[in-house]
Design a protein around this ligand. Structure first.
Ligand SMILES: [Zn+2]
Length: 232
């Protein structure tokens, strides 16, 4: 049991590592070639962010291994493809995104409380000029909290497994996008998309420059409702 858990954790870590290398590699290509006339040079990933990303990957890998073990024993509510109504996939995906966005907004504000920040969130804010590596750079305790949410979703929500994987993929892609330099991206990325409702690199970049604003993850809804959206 323990040996298979260790092997599964190592296998998942390898998968996460490949994901991170592919996404950060693609981001570097976009930043270098995407906008040669940009006023700023491409940002360089800091060694701190790389080390934190590689370290917190073990927390996510262990959580994933425990989740797969629980799923194998029928302890999750994840469903095989074709076993539920067709609308469960799109509705479950949208619902999980909205749930994650709302919970993350509250958690993120809590992480910035001065009693918690140093232990839980300071690592993610080490770089004032975030890069794709910052997207995965978390202190171990924050990685644990994020893993707990992902495991909780699988334990509580009746989602097709494909929908759950789509949620994980969306998280990774959106996280990388939010930490890119908008000046090195096409003009459409320099403003929040869809008339200010979706969060992109311009919106989240302001959170890294002024950590008292823009706490949202996917949607600007909670920042707007709670008065924490940067208006400049
Ligand atoms: Zn923050």
């Amino acid at each position: 049991m323990l040996r298979s858990l260790v092997a599964l954790t190592a296998g998942l870590y390898a998968i996460l590592l490949v994901r991170t290398l592919v996404l950060t590699g693609l981001a570097a290509v976009v930043a270098t070639a995407g906008s040669p006339a940009a006023p700023t040079a491409p940002r360089r990933a800091s060694g701190h962010d790389i080390a934190l990303s590689l370290g917190s990957g073990w927390v996510f890998a262990l959580a994933g291994a425990l989740l797969i073990a629980a799923d194998g024993r029928g302890l999750t509510r994840l469903m095989a493809a074709g076993t539920g109504p067709w609308w469960l996939a799109p509705l479950g995906f949208a619902g999980a995104l909205l749930l994650q966005d709302g919970l993350y907004y509250g958690l993120h504000r809590l992480l910035h409380h001065h009693h918690l920040y140093r232990w839980l969130h300071r690592g993610h804010h080490h770089s004032r000029q975030p890069t794709a590596w910052t997207a995965f750079a978390f202190d171990p305790a924050e990685a644990l909290l994020q893993s707990a949410f992902l495991v909780g979703v699988a334990l509580l929500l009746p989602l097709p497994r494909g929908t759950y994987l789509a949620l994980l993929l969306t998280m990774s892609l959106w996280a990388v996008l939010n930490h890119l330099d908008p000046e090195r991206l096409p003009a459409a990325f320099r403003q929040p998309w869809l008339g200010r409702w979706l969060i992109g690199p311009a919106h989240h970049g302001r959170h890294h420059r002024r950590p008292g604003c823009n706490f949202g993850l996917y949607f600007t809804l909670w920042d707007r409702l709670c008065g924490t959206e940067d208006q400049t």
